[in-house]
Design a protein around this ligand. Structure first.
Ligand SMILES: *Cc1c(COP(=O)(O)O)cnc(C)c1O
Length: 401
């Protein structure tokens, strides 16, 4: 029996969250297996093929590792494999995710220089450069940069941060959290001089939550080989061992690996450039709609600089007296649309529309239309023409038959 009569759900629930994202039917079907003997050479080869193809997605010749973990696990394993106890790290502030990564580094005993975040802008590259230049004793061992800040909907310029390291001739390792940007935004680990890149399964990679990925360049791998920070489960050296159980430090998550193979096939069939172009196009439809809605001043795009607006998530700032959490509740409970909450400084002041992963134009239009219904229900004033603006953009950019 349903717990509330009249609340039987039909149709699809729209998961417009910046993770977890909807898992495609193809991936679900690929995962639907009783299990398998993971010591079989065929299965080891399957795992190897996934790690190899993940390297293509990260655009690196470096080594790729996979873990039974989520994005927070990726943060921790990136810290404990490359830094000595007490080392200093520099964290460019971007929002809630840079804040949480910095907090984790502090808890693990590292010394953290956390640059302040402007919650409407990407990382301040000039401040990064200044902090690096002032570090004459070269105490900073790593820069921890969040590429797409999922709380604010901004994308930081990793090439510019690399430039700051180069201009100051600073030897620190460069870590990039690509958890919300991989397979969404252009990402070129080797070309951009990134030493360690992090990802998780449940965002652009279209998988259920549960896998974390680390791509490691040669310079960082040499550091990991000498690193004395106590660790065992997370240890990359152990995971480079010859037996396939060592790659996962125990039983591999076999169904997830079958799913990963399918998701990678889907991304590579579509073509990574196409995947990125699709995200850019759909994100722009969302932004155009929100800009039209913003006319009466009750809503605004949180990311003020158009060049910094992320293609994975749009954070919508709400004026005082507009209750975004009520809007989200109406969307979820009456319209089958889940939206992200405002986080950190934006708690109670924003909502977030996730638009990444297995997504197409009608899904985006459906979500936007549903949000508009919910705004009416909640009595939130909004400007006209939002859906028209999204439709016009999608029509103008549709591929002709
Ligand atoms: C989602 C996310 C994380 C955390 O990932 P979890 O799987 O929720 O632990 C970290 N960084 C960024 C940028 C994210 O979007």
């Amino acid at each position: 029996m349903p717990d509330k009569p009249g609340r039987i759900e039909r149709g699809r629930h729209f998961l417009q969250l910046p993770g977890p994202t909807p898992v495609p039917e193809r991936v679900l079907r690929a995962m639907q297996r009783a299990g398998n003997d993971f010591a079989e050479p065929r299965f080891a080869a399957l795992t190897r093929s996934c790690l190899h193809d993940l390297g293509r997605v990260f655009a690196t010749e470096g080594e790729v590792f996979a873990f039974s973990a989520n994005g927070h696990g990726a943060w921790e394993l990136a810290l404990v494999n490359f830094l000595e106890p007490g080392d200093t790290v520099l964290v460019p502030g971007t929002g809630q995710f840079s804040r949480s990564w910095a907090e984790m580094a502090r808890r693990l005993g590292f010394s953290v220089i956390e640059l302040p975040a402007d919650w409407r802008r990407a990382a301040d590259v000039a401040a990064v450069e200044q902090a690096l230049a002032e570090d004459r004793e070269r105490r900073i061992k790593a820069v921890l940069a969040v590429h797409t800040e999922t709380a604010t909907g901004t994308r930081s310029d990793l090439v510019a941060i690399r430039g700051a390291l180069d201009r100051t001739a600073h030897p620190a390792l460069f870590f990039a959290d690509a958890i919300a940007s991989l397979a969404v935004e252009p990402f070129a680990m080797d070309d951009w001089g990134i030493d360690v890149a992090l990802a998780a399964s449940q965002k652009g990679l279209m998988l259920p939550p549960g896998l974390a990925f680390l791509a490691v360049g040669r310079k960082a791998m040499a550091v990991a080989e000498r690193c004395r920070y106590p660790r065992r489960y997370w240890d990359l050296q152990f995971r480079r061992g010859p037996e396939s159980y060592m790659w996962w430090h125990g039983t591999p998550p076999v169904q997830m690996i079958w799913g990963l193979r399918e998701a990678l096939d889907m991304l590579l069939e579509e073509g990574l450039e196409q995947v990125i172009a699709r995200h850019r196009r759909l994100a722009e439809a969302v932004r155009r709609c929100v800009e039209a809605w913003s006319a009466p001043g009750t809503l605004a795009l949180n990311a003020v600089n158009p060049a910094e607006r992320a293609n994975a998530v749009t954070t919508v700032l709400t004026a005082a007296g507009t209750y975004p959490d009520r809007l989200r509740r109406v969307c979820r409970d009456s319209l089958a649309i889940s939206l992200g909450a405002g986080l950190g400084e934006l708690a109670g002041k924003a909502f977030r529309i996730g638009h990444l992963g297995d997504l197409n134009a009608p899904t985006v239009l459906g979500a936007l239309a549903g949000i508009e219904v919910a705004m009416r229900v909640c009595g939130i004033p909004y400007g006209p023409g939002g859906l028209d603006a999204a439709v016009a953009w999608l029509a103008a950019t549709a591929s002709p038959d």
